[in-house]
Design a binder for this molecule. Sequence first.
Ligand SMILES: [Zn+2]
Length: 90
Amino acid sequence: MAVSLPDESSRLRCGHCGNLTRFDVTRTVRSREYWHASLSGEVAVEEHEVLAEQVEAVTCRWCSASDHVEVVSRPEFGGPSQETPGDGGV
Ligand SMILES: [Zn+2]
């Protein structure tokens, strides 16, 4: 199942165990960074812009399910705020 990442009004939820907070996200990111080096050569990345990304897998850290992770609303938009397994958020 292709998984998209949540935006400002949504979040990830594991539909299997109810986990809302801990996920492994595997993604390929094409990005551009502004590298600002000091005169001694130490680099600080001061800007990081994502040009394109491909989410390959989102896996629950609690139960290791990778095919039950869904995107639901955040609590202030009517989504779940408790990590309960079962039918919440569907
Ligand atoms: Zn889970």
